[in-house]
Design a protein around this ligand. Structure first.
Ligand code: SF4
Length: 234
């Protein structure tokens, strides 16, 4: 039986996070997530439409023609890797269309990632310190995920989402873990945009301390907030 996927929305906008901030992307937002981050601003359990591979291809093709060109098609969520069987069936079509694929992921599902990475061009992987998510720690999964991407020679960067509660110990642990895979993996320190039960981003002193610590371990570290939220675009 052909796989289907639940999709919350498909829209064109500006990439608001990470090293490709400002680029025009076409976003496909998949339903559901395996995490429950305290600052999550996405209604990932909200209304959705069920798409077959053919239906999603038609809709994406229409938007590519009407709103394109785009720098990439961003697979976002929720957690898009929850739909790995669908992605395995759909991504070959997207690549045949000559599109760059950009995976936005919480980096906690390495086995699912292994099954689709062949069709992924760019990976924007989150590191989720437990103080920011109010969830359990995912260090083991994050490390496995990152090593997999690096071994496959994929273009990957890591976003560390930080709040006022993020501790120096957590931050240093995250940075050392990334550096243990490779010191040239780009890292974005992303101060959280207050939302939900998270009411404060990190202080300027915290950000500067972490930037200094990161710079001593890694070659390419940038502090970038969520730009789409500053601009008021989705
Ligand atoms: S991983 Fe992303 S989509 Fe899932 S709960 Fe956390 S912030 Fe929300």
């Amino acid at each position: 039986m052909q796989p289907t996927a639940r999709v919350i929305e498909i829209f064109s906008s500006i990439q608001g996070e990470g090293v490709y901030v400002g680029h025009p992307h076409l976003f496909v937002r998949f339903w559901n997530c395996n995490m429950t981050c305290g600052y999550c601003d996405t209604d990932y359990k909200g209304p959705y439409e069920e798409y077959s591979v053919q239906q999603l291809s038609s809709e994406v093709e229409r938007l590519l023609l009407e709103d394109g060109p785009f720098q990439a098609v961003s697979l976002t969520g929720g957690e898009p890797l929850l739909w790995k069987d669908f992605l395995k069936a759909w991504l070959p079509w997207l690549k045949n269309k000559g599109q760059r694929t950009y995976l936005e992921t919480n980096g906690t599902l390495p086995q699912a990632f292994a099954e689709v990475l062949h069709w992924i061009d760019i990976i924007a992987m989150d590191f989720k310190p437990p103080s920011a998510t109010f969830d359990r720690a995912y260090w083991k999964e994050h490390e496995e995920f990152l090593r997999l991407a690096y071994r496959a020679r994929k273009e990957i960067f890591v976003k560390i989402i930080a709040t006022r509660q993020t501790t120096d110990v957590e931050m240093e642990y995250s940075l050392r873990l990334i550096a243990s895979v490779h010191s040239r993996i780009p890292v974005v320190l992303q101060p959280v945009t207050p939302w939900g039960i998270v009411s404060e981003g990190p202080s300027p002193e915290q950000i500067q301390r972490w930037q200094w610590c990161a710079g001593s371990l890694l070659k390419d570290v940038r502090v970038i907030p969520q730009v789409h939220r500053l601009l008021g675009v989705r």
